[in-house]
Design a protein around this ligand. Sequence first.
Ligand SMILES: [Zn+2]
Length: 303
Amino acid sequence: MDSRLSAFGFKLWVLAFGLILSSSLLLAQTPPDLPAVTVRGQTYTPRSILSRNMGTDEDQTTAFTPHKIAGNVYYVGTRTLSSFLITTPAGHILINSTYERNVRTIEKSVTQLGFKFSDIKILLGTHAHGDHQEGDALVKEMTGAQVMAMREDIPALEAIRPGGKSHPIDRTLRDGEDVTLGGTMLVAHLTAGHTRGCTTWTMKTQDGGKDLNVVFACSYRSPATVTPNIESEFNRTFTVIRSFPCDVPLGDHPAQYDMAAKFARMKPGAPNPFIDPANCWLEAEIQEAMLRAQLTMQQSAKP
Ligand SMILES: [Zn+2]
């Protein structure tokens, strides 16, 4: 009796020890979600930013209600991946094709707004990652649009080859060059860090008799490891962007400019919620705080 009890006790002990060991191994495998930074009363971590940006698979592929933002600028993307349509009398400009599987969804949104997808003459992008520019080849195939990209992002773009298709590049842009169509001029600003050729686009539009400066921001999120090169790219980027005139801040993930909440506030006769100069550099503030905290963490981890 005694020996059976103690055998049972031993088994329990082995089981408990095994549980502790496996859970501590699991903890060791999942790196902590650090650093945490607080900007304007809200706390952010690397994982919270990533989940805010990307949402679920369904969020990435489901169209958000296509809508006018201001003047000739429209939203035609999904819930978490931005695509912007800029309409002109000479045809349209599309910024960000997103994933190739989203191109038909974007086409539908363009049509829903009363425009023709085939009237897209120029395709631009914010940066050479698949969630923003994988669909470029398909958009070109469907519209014949000229694809233009920042020189520093071209090697990374050429590596994006869905189904083996080569990535189209019709014009290579340098920092500060403009892209003009039907009276609308977009300026390409090199804002490197997230990718080597991360591009922030600026343009002017008119809305309700007012001149507005629109900023299509690139992602300013730093990779997990900040190299000295990436640090110096970001140092330049965070200085340069604050010199752009800005009334309407936009971003390549809608959460970067609080799109859903602003869209919900749109009402006829009410002020346009997308005109939001007070929050033009909020996303940059968050990402810069995160970068500085990451650098501090990296420094203290050094032996
Ligand atoms: Zn990215």
